[in-house]
Write a protein that binds this ligand. Structure first.
Ligand code: THU
Length: 136
């Protein structure tokens, strides 16, 4: 179980990270934050490209930043939040895409929580049962 204050800090960081999104093509600004074993939190946002298949989701940006800067380790939890502009402004839920679920399965245990802002928490294994693993 994630401590309530840690959970709140993760969501706050995901919300703050969404402000750094580069999303001129979709206008969808997403932030994610990951919790490392020592308590360090790393946040990142989605980054788009004119060649739309190069878009990088916030979840993957946060996981890759954490792994590349802090070293490969098990990520304890992840939070994701979408920035809503205009009427009804604030933060809302966004369901992680399939590729991000596969990347979560690489660096997180199946029981690790993924907190979707304004929705709830899901275990990685619930979001992606039976992830791809190379045949040994
Ligand atoms: N996006 C994320 O960052 N995370 C998700 O879970 C789903 C979608 C981004 C990718 C793209 O930049 C924009 O949202 C619209 O699909």
């Amino acid at each position: 179980m994630l401590d309530a204050s840690v959970r709140a800090a993760l969501i706050d960081r995901a919300r703050a990270a969404a402000r750094g999104a580069y999303a001129p093509y979709s206008g969808v600004c997403v932030g994610a934050a990951v919790l490392l074993p020592g308590g360090v939190i790393v946040g990142a946002a989605n980054i788009e490209n004119a060649a739309q298949n190069l878009n990088c989701c916030a979840e993957r940006a946060a996981i890759y930043a954490a792994v590349s800067v802090h070293g490969v380790q098990r990520i304890q939890a992840l939070a994701v939040s979408m920035l809503c502009e205009g009427e009804g402004a604030g933060h809302g839920p966004i369901s992680p895409c399939g590729p991000c679920r596969q990347v979560m399965a690489e660096f997180m245990d199946a029981e690790a929580p993924v907190i979707v802002d304004g929705d709830g928490a899901y275990a990685v294994g619930e979001l992606l049962p039976n992830p791809y693993r190379p045949a040994s």
